[in-house]
Design a protein. Sequence first.
Length: 136
Amino acid sequence: MRLSSMADYAVVTMSAAARHCGGARVSAAQLAEETGLPVPTVQKLVSRLTAAGLLRSSRGVGGGLKLARPAAAISLADIIEAVEGPIVLAPCADEGRQDCALDGGCAVKPHWGIVGGAVRGALAAVPLTRLAEQVQ
């Protein structure tokens, strides 16, 4: 299992935004500069993260971006799902998808939900505050 580049960049962007927590609002251009990501990529991520309720954006003088809730209340799972959608490890575990040739007699299918829940639980246990820490 590997995160997409966009999910990885979303984590990097949110970590940078969290380091501004309690301070002045930050712009997408500032986040791009701090992270080394291209401005258009950060703008696209900001749009998704705002739509998911993780960032709050305001326009005008004094405007910019801010976390929508405390960093401790935002998890790694929240960030990944904002970009990727629900965490599902096998296509057959995705609600509404029935495109597996083994669907009718697969003995593993009932277990994928449990496995996916465990993975999501592990990701949900990592708060943004931890990701924003400077490691020395």
